[in-house]
Write a protein that binds this ligand. Structure first.
Ligand code: PEP
Ligand code: MN
Length: 274
């Protein structure tokens, strides 16, 4: 909880300050598929203003028949992308045994929605010393999320980033229900940085830019967004992935909202946008 002792936690990753003055963009494919897919996305999102590359090498899929990720080969592709672009890497770790391996390659360990209540995984991830991106469980309350975060803190790791990624409700029209009030609430009651995931929150690429703007307006410290060179061919979550032009449009459209908050706008080096 926020207190006199803990006004705001700033998580330092490479030269970035998450929860500090800068607005943070984590972008990349749902899954690491091929070197070409990952590297082209990494270069594009970096030019578009992202500071962190996302991409799953270990994928928690609801179906056992779906692509489960490349594992170590995927981690190596992420490391190559970091060397080529300078982007920091966030990637999911699904099991306690994999923590040392994933921590060797990642700058931030992602704990997925399905794992938020896996307490032995939380403890092992905490002890790796790497910053943790803790995604809210799809059936978890804000209180449950904060208790899971506390487990990481209690295991000696102060670098926790909370992530609202949509929850399951009675309304199944969209993949999930984006709980924006949770973002505003977490910013009031917790000292930890909060990231919004507009991709998983709705499941539809057409809605991702509006949800991104809403996330900024609600007070998030950054976004995590799925981007793919050819979303219609993606091995996972293609329906909610932005193509490169859509990512550029989203970045341009969130800028005024970031500026309104007085936060630094991510530096874009693209000559033309959209
Ligand atoms: C993901 O980030 O691709 C992912 C699996 O997210 P979540 O755990 O929120 O479903
Ligand atoms: Mn995904």
């Amino acid at each position: 909880m926020k207190s006199d002792k803990h006004q705001q936690t700033v998580v330092r990753v490479l030269d970035l300050e998450i929860g500090g003055g800068d607005f943070i963009i984590m972008a990349g494919p749902c899954s690491v598929e091929t070197e070409q897919q990952l590297l082209s996305t990494a270069h594009h999102v970096r030019r578009g203003g992202a500071q962190i590359l996302r991409g799953g090498a270990f994928k928690p899929r609801s179906s056992p028949y779906a692509f489960q990720g490349h594992g170590l080969a995927g981690l190596k592709m992420l490391a190559k992308a970091r060397t080529e672009t300078g982007l920091a890497i966030v990637t999911e770790v699904m099991s306690e045994e994999d923590v040392p391996l994933v921590a060797e390659y990642a700058d931030i360990l992602q704990i997925g929605s399905r794992s938020m209540e896996n307490y032995t995984l939380l403890e092992a991830a905490a002890r790796s010393g790497k910053p943790i991106l803790l995604k809210r469980g799809m059936m978890a309350t804000v209180g449950d999320l904060m208790k899971s975060a506390q487990i990481v803190l209690d295991n000696g790791n102060p670098n926790v980033i909370l992530c609202e990624r949509g929850i399951r409700t009675f309304d199944s029209t969209l993949r999930n229900t984006f709980d924006v009030a949770a973002i505003a609430l977490l910013k009031q009651i917790s000292h930890l940085p909060v990231i919004a995931d507009p991709s998983h929150a709705c499941g539809l690429r057409e809605l991702v830019p509006s949800l991104a703007r809403i996330g900024v307006a609600a007070g998030a410290d950054g976004l995590i967004v799925e981007v793919h060179p050819t979303p219609e061919k993606a091995w996972s979550d293609g329906e909610q992935s932005l193509n490169f032009a859509e990512f550029d449009e989203m970045m341009a459209s969130i800028e005024p909202y970031i500026a309104l908050r007085g936060a630094a706008v991510p530096a874009r080096t693209l000559e033309t946008v959209g």
